[in-house]
Structure formats: structure tokens, C-alpha cells
Design a protein around this ligand. Structure first.
Ligand code: SF4
Ligand code: SF4
Length: 338
């Protein structure tokens, strides 16, 4: 087996960074996330390949928080609108966990399938290589296997790093994975090692049948009950690896300007506010219900799988203690016609 020794990780990052912008899990201040190796500062940042889930998932690498779309130039009555095509350089995410790989899979579904291809997303995705890190010791709020995600074998990873004593087995899965491996082959060592067994999950939930049951639960009192403490802060949506909603806004000064898209959150009142003043989801309860119905019913109806990878971030970060597992359990236990 090819093994990458822990002591050589920085050399690997340096090498890969010669041909791509490489993102690695780091602790930066109080935040952990995937940050560019180019921006690494050893006085302030700590590499965290052993962390399970960084605070911020890597979705901004394929779906930036803000992105210019069109430039606008006005000359009297003439208006010129030109698409803004950003240059895309190759990127590598190294050390990403299965739940976040699946998050990218779901973004792929939304931006690349069902008869619509988002060109900007596709350009970034085509140039992205994913080096995943298999999990053998799930965290206290992880429930990925309950949501159909394999913690040890993320399906669309190009390489899977498998932690062993003193390093990682380097398991190449795709042509993109072979290409990055060629660049660092001399830093890998041939070694016989034993993989750790997968430990059991502390959190489990049974999602089977939930999408069907939810069809009869639009008016269920559970929405009032569970949404009551929600502060509609939106942190659950921003930190969710699968939430992809965006708004399109314009910025202009004088005769110049541009349109851009930026992340939005369905938890905000303005998200569904219409120009005439009507708002179909005026109440916080309605927005709360929509978030969970989208994840657990509407998305599975369209794409076949729930829009939750079991990463546990929304459970950890919600200031009001809202817990998606509790909601799934309640639906499961509810008596409906389904
Ligand atoms: S993080 Fe919690 S309080 Fe904030 S919007 Fe989400 S469910 Fe509501
Ligand atoms: S809904 Fe919560 S647990 Fe599921 S993927 Fe999003 S942040 Fe993770």
C-alpha cells in the first residue's frame, strides 16, 4: 500500500500547490475550515488533518459566497450587458470528510443535472480534485451513515486518505486522483499497514419512509413546537454543506454596475418577500417548516436522496438547540396514512 507519512503532509501541500490552489483543514483563530495553503501562516494557523468536521464546510470552493455574473454599462439610452466569466484555476481540497464530499455531490445534482447546467459552477467543478479523508471514529454529532453516506468510502472522491498509525494510506480512485498522485509519488512510501476498524456511531436516525410521511404532515403541530425557539439566524443554512440557495443583487454607481449572486437563507423573511409586498412564508414557522421539508421531502422527491449528509453542524451550531435528528424521529413516530 502507498502510505503518506504525517510528517510529509506539508511537503505534499507545497508540491501540489505548484499546480493548483490547495485547500486544507485548518484552525484559523476561532474558526476551522478549508483555507488555501497559499494563505497558511504558521504563526496563526494550525493544520488539522485529524479533525473530523471543520466548522465551515468547503462548499464555498465550488459555490463562492458572492460571485459577479454580468457587468452593466449605460451610455444614454444604450445599455450593454456582458457576462463576467471569471478565470478558474485548478483547485484541490485535501482532507475533506465523506459528509462534505456528499455535500458537493448534491451541489452537482442541483447545478449540473435535470436539464440545467450552471456554467460557472461547472467550470469550477471540472477543475476540482477531491482528496477525501476517511472517518473511522465518528464524532458525537455525526450521523452520516443514517443518511446513506459511507464514512470510509466517499463515492466521488478522487483519492481517499485512510488514517493509519503514523500516516495515511493513499487510495487512488479516479484519473484526477492519478494525476495528483503523479506529482507526489516520491513522497509516498510502500508499506504494509492495517486499517482501523470503523467504530460505531453514537447518533443514529431512521430516515426510511420519512419523505412519504411528510406529505401528510404539512399542518402538523410539530412545526409550531420545534420552530418556537428558532431565532431565524440562518447559521444552520450557511454552515450546511448542502444548502445552496442564493440571491441575485445589483450594485451600480453612475453608469456602471454589475449583477452578482450571493448566498441567501430560506430562514430569512426577505427570502420569499415579493415585489408587491406579499410573502408566502411570512411566519418564522413557515420558513422553518420549508427548510426541513426541502431537505427531507422535496429534494428526495426530485433527486432521490435527502438533502442532509448527517454532518451534524446544524445541531452543534444552532443557538436554539434545534435538532434535525429529533425532527426525523418525530416524523418517523407520527401516525399518518403513509
Ligand atoms: S441555526 Fe437554529 S436558530 Fe438559527 S435559523 Fe437555524 S434553526 Fe433557527
Ligand atoms: S442539515 Fe444539518 S446535519 Fe444535515 S447536512 Fe446540513 S448541517 Fe449537516
Amino acid at each position: 500500500m502507498k502510505v503518506l507519512k504525517t510528517g510529509k503532509i506539508e511537503q505534499v501541500l507545497d508540491r501540489l500547490a505548484q499546480q493548483a490552489d490547495v485547500y486544507a483543514p485548518m484552525l484559523r483563530g476561532q474558526q476551522s475550515g478549508f483555507f488555501s495553503w497559499r494563505s497558511y501562516d504558521e504563526d496563526y494557523d494550525d493544520l488539522m488533518f485529524d479533525i473530523l468536521n471543520v466548522y465551515q464546510p468547503p462548499k464555498d470552493i465550488v459555490l463562492p459566497q458572492t460571485e459577479k455574473m454580468y457587468s452593466i454599462h449605460q451610455d444614454g439610452q444604450d445599455v450593454t450587458i456582458e457576462p463576467i466569466v471569471a478565470e478558474v484555476e485548478p483547485k484541490i481540497i485535501m482532507g475533506v470528510r465523506s459528509c462534505d464530499v456528499r455535500g458537493i455531490d448534491y451541489l452537482d445534482e442541483v447545478f449540473l443535472t435535470k436539464g440545467y447546467v450552471d456554467d460557472a459552477y461547472k467550470a469550477r467543478r471540472d477543475k476540482l480534485t477531491i482528496i477525501a479523508s476517511a472517518c473511522y471514529n465518528p464524532g458525537t454529532n455525526c450521523f452520516c451513515d443514517s443518511m446513506g453516506v459511507s464514512p470510509t468510502d466517499p463515492e466521488s472522491a478522487d483519492v481517499i486518505m485512510r488514517e493509519v498509525t503514523g500516516g495515511y494510506v493513499w487510495d487512488v480512485k479516479t484519473e484526477k486522483g492519478e494525476a495528483v498522485t503523479k506529482q507526489i509519488e516520491d513522497l509516498l512510501e510502500e508499506q504494509e499497514v492495517e486499517l482501523f476498524p470503523l467504530k460505531s456511531f453514537l447518533r443514529k436516525v431512521d430516515y426510511s419512509g420519512v419523505a412519504e410521511k411528510l406529505k401528510d404532515m404539512f399542518e402538523d403541530p410539530m412545526w409550531e413546537k420545534y420552530s418556537e425557539p428558532c431565532q431565524t439566524c440562518g447559521i444552520c443554512t450557511y454552515l450546511c454543506p448542502t444548502c445552496y440557495c442564493f440571491d441575485i443583487q445589483v450594485k451600480n454607481w453612475g453608469d456602471e454596475g454589475y449583477r452578482f449572486r450571493c448566498w441567501d437563507s430560506c430562514m430569512y423573511r426577505e427570502y420569499t418577500q415579493m415585489a408587491g409586498g406579499h410573502n408566502p412564508r411570512e411566519a418564522a414557522t413557515e420558513r422553518f417548516r420549508n427548510r426541513f421539508l426541502h431537505k427531507l421531502q422535496f429534494f428526495p422527491e426530485r433527486y432521490g436522496r435527502p438533502l442532509c449528509t448527517g454532518c451534524g453542524r446544524c445541531i452543534v451550531t444552532c443557538p436554539a438547540g434545534v435538532n434535525i435528528i429529533k425532527i426525523i424521529d418525530t416524523v418517523k413516530e407520527a401516525e399518518t396514512g403513509a
